[in-house]
Ligand binder design. Structure first.
Ligand SMILES: *Cc1c(COP(=O)(O)O)cnc(C)c1O
Length: 332
């Protein structure tokens, strides 16, 4: 597996730390818990999109683009990190934000990630919930072309086979850390949305025959749909990497028990997880992804899904900028 074959820029402070969560391990009285600190990737306050953007911006520059276009929900962490990466490489950035989450607080569209998008000088357009955001972004790309620009389109969450290479890289990094410290990792758990993170991890870990399981906690859609999306992208990514064997369908597992009413909508278990991680480990999770991911890990431990003595790594994908848009929910 040779990632140096692909165009890439340097954005991520890597390797990110792999740390024990001793207090949560003791409190939950289950498996040994570790956290992989991809909230500390070093760009724009950090998060998982930074690893994807190393390969996406690499391809944009290779193609001679002068503008990157992307889209997401209003409090998109991906949009924030893309806006920052664009600044670093002298690219203009156009962002479309979908009003996907109902019943949000008064500052939802001005604080958190949106504030930072604006600070980075990105041009922002809002769209109603339910808009075909892919189509809207492609329309915008036509407009940029019509005025003489060279757009590069990054899909929502940076989740295509190019972006997923960032999480193949994370898989290789984790294996190196496991080898160096003699840590036998059994399972990696994280929040899964646009699928690129889990797809890259699975392609990398299966491609290396690691024997490590990945469990995605869905933040958006039912198990079957999420697994199908991850499996499709993981298979494409494996092929892009030149892995000849194909991936087993059962290497992709998602749990949809922690989504609640829908994407970005608070749940009691998310609030508990955000508060527990903060108050026992000093970690900042987020209300949309890592909070629900951690709620899944906590819930599964309580159900006895992991044996004592197993080593479980929570992949912290970042997102704390969005905390500021959810004040009333988190501190009610
Ligand atoms: C985007 C995001 C995820 C989900 O990653 P996908 O690759 O979209 O599945 C998880 N956590 C945070 C904080 C994110 O911003």
């Amino acid at each position: 597996m040779n990632l140096s074959r692909f165009s890439r820029v340097k954005l991520c402070h890597a390797p990110t730390a792999l740390e024990p969560m001793t207090n949560l391990t003791r409190l939950l009285d289950g498996p040994n818990l570790y956290v992989k600190r991809d909230d500390c990737t070093g760009l724009a306050g950090g998060g998982n999109k930074t690893r994807k953007l190393e390969f996406l911006i690499g391809e944009a520059l290779e193609q001679g683009a002068d503008t990157v276009i992307t889209q997401g929900a209003v409090q998109s962490n991906h949009a924030r990190q893309t806006a920052a990466a664009a600044c670093k490489f002298g690219l203009a950035c156009e962002i479309l934000l979908e009003r996907r989450v109902p019943d949000t607080g008064p500052e939802y569209e001005t604080t958190g990630n949106v504030l930072l998008d604006e600070l980075y000088g990105a041009r922002i357009g809002f769209r109603p919930g339910g808009t075909d955001m892919n189509a809207a972004a492609l329309e915008l790309a036509d407009e940029v072309r019509a005025r003489g620009g060279k757009p590069y389109y990054i899909p929502g969450g940076g989740s295509n086979r190019v972006g997923a290479l960032g999480y193949v890289n994370c898989a290789l990094e984790l294996l190196q850390q496991a080898n160096d410290t003699g840590l036998r990792i059994d399972t990696i758990v994280h929040g899964t949305g646009s699928a690129g993170t889990q797809a890259g991890l699975v392609a990398g870990l299966e491609g290396c025959n690691s024997g490590i399981a990945v469990l995605g906690i869905s933040v958006r859609q039912p198990k079957e749909k999420q697994e199908e999306a991850v499996y499709r992208l993981a298979s494409e990514t494996a092929e892009y990497l030149g892995i000849k064997t194909g991936l087993a369908r059962d290497s992709v597992v998602a749990d949809d028990g922690y989504v609640g009413p829908g994407y970005g909508q608070p749940t009691a278990s998310m609030v508990e997880a955000v508060q527990m991680a903060a108050r026992h480990e000093g970690l900042l999770l987020d209300p949309v992804y890592s909070g629900k991911g951690m709620a899944g890990l906590i819930g599964l431990i309580r159900q006895g899904a992991f044996a004592k003595g197993q080593n479980v790594v929570f992949l912290h994908t970042g997102g704390s900028a969005a905390l500021f848009a959810y004040r009333d929910v988190l501190l009610a």
